[in-house]
Write a protein that binds this ligand. Sequence first.
Ligand SMILES: *Cc1c(COP(=O)(O)O)cnc(C)c1O
Length: 222
Amino acid sequence: MDIKNALITLQKELPEEVALVTVSKTHPVDDIMEAYDAGQRIFGESRPQEMKAKYEALPKNIRWHMIGNLQTNKVKYIAPFVELIHSVDSLKLMETIDRQAEKNDRIIDILLEVRIAKEESKIGWEKKEITGLVDSGEIFMFPNIRIRGLMGIASLTDDNDTIRSEFSRLCELFLSLRERYFGEEFDTLSMGMTSDYRIAVECGSNMVRIGNLIFGVRDYKN
Ligand SMILES: *Cc1c(COP(=O)(O)O)cnc(C)c1O
């Protein structure tokens, strides 16, 4: 019941054009079914094997999004069914996704993960790297991949100005890449989680990834 209420409240609050990815990593299938029964269809996971097991156990009209750091040797677990991979941060990973997509006779949609936080994390591309790969054409080498937009994780801080400036920079990059290179099909800007989704939406996000607010605090982080 709590899950259902949290979802209803959140859906009311989010503007219509903002898609909600319910982040269900570490949560059991019963919790997912509760959210499903409340109408939720997009679920985010961060571990390929966990996503695959849940895919097999749950209704087939669930749309599975990979949001966590993805190792190339694990792409095969999710390639047959994943709807969107948010966390693509290397050409090597793109190459693997492209090959797995071809094997499964489908096109796989991805987002490029951009490093926007100032802190430690080495995950994600620098803005410069992306514009370089676009200019050189290298990023367009994969016929079985469709690049749908960008994803970013802001700094873990209470300083809203920092978060706001990081999200705003990502939105600017998103808009300029769309206008200069990718066109209409580049339509997804994934930013915002439980602690910062309101700021993200104000800064132009049209896809938020929310776990804790819906399911309560997880036992462990990953
Ligand atoms: C876990 C996770 C989320 C959800 O975080 P919450 O704080 O539970 O809302 C969003 N994005 C990514 C990449 C995550 O790993």
